[in-house]
Ligand binder design. Structure first.
Ligand code: IFG
Length: 508
């Protein structure tokens, strides 16, 4: 019995569960001193992914693992017409499907696009023993289980959200978060950039937003100061894109705007500055729907954020606008929707936005716990796509148990099983499979104070949401998931990722 760190993996021991798994135990492949990586001839993208794979494998194996186009037992190939029968094309999303074959002589990956090669690399990494994630050379045999996997995502949008407004997180911390997310084929990171307690992205035309509301003493309990410069944001977008993660920036409005109004009193109804807020209340602030300054502000911010964001989406928030009358809310949304389109982005908004007539290109993100939502169902019927983030299943800031820390519990406590035990196509009447763009797990940071807190709230529940977003419904099985999840304890320890040792998981 090999020690757990070098325990041979089963071909299906992957999260998210692959679509098709055909093991062939007679065909195991062992990575050795002389193993090389071969990438699709002429493809710089494939080459870059080959180098990414090599960088993942070199530290623990200590092997050279050269990358080239001519020879190598591990091949990453692009096949424009793979027989993957994958419905990979979701309204323009990149094709993430792939076929992975392990034989005694080597590993071959075929994908229609680089995104598929990247997804296959995440699978390959998980098929190696847990020791592969160690930061220094380990003595053992690097066995890959033989057989074939054919895989493709159920939904094109599998997201996480990090709130850097209530508590700021640095570029390095956000990069580390991205690295932990891509292992589970998460391909969108929604950054909640602005709220009552802080404004966290530099806007050239409105410098006080960050000078005043991104500075010392901002954030919940004043403990989360800081902001992303334009260069920081550009660096993050680039880092994410190299890992096939699309950044979705959120400027929350018309509510959740106290920080903007502290910096610019002209954004309030009476022009008098409001006091900075470091508490956790919501629903008390609003932009003024009938002031032209409001739309000059919004247009400047939307223009600058859109110009810095290569991804197709710009999130305008729209949640908890209790301080905005229904009529003003409608006026505001109807004036802002065209501004986002003007700068070439598709609007995403929390589902309250769907209370207003939406163009079918607008995307509603459902987040609450009620059994139905009329606006979201109507938007879906009108052709809008829906991102499912029901708080009682996907909100990673919810406590694991009544007395676990950190976290909130207004949507109830959420253990791993509750994160797994739901299906987005069954969540809301009127919102079924064809209306869904995907799922997202938001992490609000009112009670978070460190990257370790972020990781502990994220793992092990995010992998449940990732599997729901990627794997076919037919593979959805709690007993299988909890067994597969148990093997990630040693991997997260090797990676230095803090996680909650949920008692319902038989950790190895
Ligand atoms: N609801 C608020 C968030 C945050 C959250 C904490 C949404 C869309 C409660 N809005 O969730 O700002 O405070 O769980």
């Amino acid at each position: 019995m090999s020690e757990p760190a070098f325990q041979r993996r089963g071909l299906g021991d992957v999260i998210p569960a692959p679509a098709e798994v055909r093991p062939d135990p007679a065909a195991d492949f062992t990575i050795g001193e002389g193993t090389a990586i071969r990438t699709a001839p002429g493809s710089t993208e494939a080459r870059r992914i080959g180098e990414y794979l090599a960088a993942l494998l070199r530290p623990a194996t200590g092997y050279a693992l050269p990358v080239g186009e001519d020879s190598g037992e591990i091949a990453l190939l692009l096949d424009p017409t793979p027989d993957l029968d994958a419905d990979g094309d979701f309204d323009g999303a990149p094709d993430e499907s792939y076929r992975l074959e392990v034989t005694a002589s080597g590993v071959t990956v075929w994908a229609a696009a680089a995104a598929g090669l990247f997804a296959a690399v995440q699978t390959l990494r998980q098929l190696l023993p847990a020791a592969i994630d160690a930061s220094g050379p380990q003595q053992g045999t690097w066995v890959l289980p033989g057989g074939e996997i054919v895989d493709r995502p159920r939904f094109p949008y599998r997201g996480a959200m990090l709130d850097i407004a209530r508590h700021f997180f640095t570029v390095a911390e956000i990069k580390a978060y991205i690295d932990s997310l891509v292992q589970f084929k998460i391909n969108h990171l929604h950054l909640h950039l602005t709220d009552d307690q802080g404004w966290r992205l530099e806007i050239d035309g409105w410098p006080k937003l960050t000078e005043v509301s991104g500075g010392e003493g901002t954030g919940v309990d004043g403990t989360g100061p800081g902001f992303l410069t334009r260069a920081d944001y550009t660096e993050l977008v680039g880092y994410a894109a190299e890992r096939f993660v699309t950044i979705v920036p959120e400027i929350d409005m018309p509510g959740h705007v106290n920080a903007a109004q502290v910096a610019y009193p002209e954004l309030t109804a009476d022009g008098v500055a409001v006091a900075p807020r470091t508490d956790m209340e919501v629903g008390y602030s609003s932009l003024v729907a009938d002031k032209e300054e409001t739309y000059a502000f919004v247009e400047d911010v939307v223009r600058e954020v859109a110009a810095l964001t290569p991804g197709p989406y710009l999130h305008i928030g729209g949640d908890e606008a209790q301080a905005t009358t229904a009529e003003d809310y409608r006026t505001f949304i109807q004036r802002v929707l065209p501004l986002v389109a003007k700068y070439g982005k598709r609007v995403v908004g929390w589902h309250e936005m769907a209370g207003v007539e939406l163009p079918e290109t607008a995307i509603a993100q459902y987040w609450r716990i009620e059994a139905t939502d009329e606006g979201t169902a109507r938007a879906a019927a009108n052709g809008s796509k829906v991102i499912m983030s029901p708080a009682d299943r996907t909100y990673l800031d919810m406590k694991y148990t009544p007395d676990s820390k950190p976290g909130l519990d207004w949507a109830g406590v959420i253990n791993v099983e509750r994160s797994y035990d739901w299906d987005p196509a069954d969540r809301l009447p009127g919102v079924s499979e064809q209306h869904l763009l995907g799922v997202e797990a938001p992490l609000w940071s009112e009670t978070l104070r460190s990257l370790a807190d972020v990781q502990t709230m994220t793992f092990p529940r995010l992998p449940a949401v990732a599997e729901i977003g990627w794997s076919p419904r037919a593979t959805h099985d709690w007993e299988s998931f909890r067994q597969r999840l148990a093997a990630f304890g040693p991997r997260w320890r090797n990676q230095g990722i803090a996680f909650h040792a949920s008692p319902e998981i038989p950790w190895t």
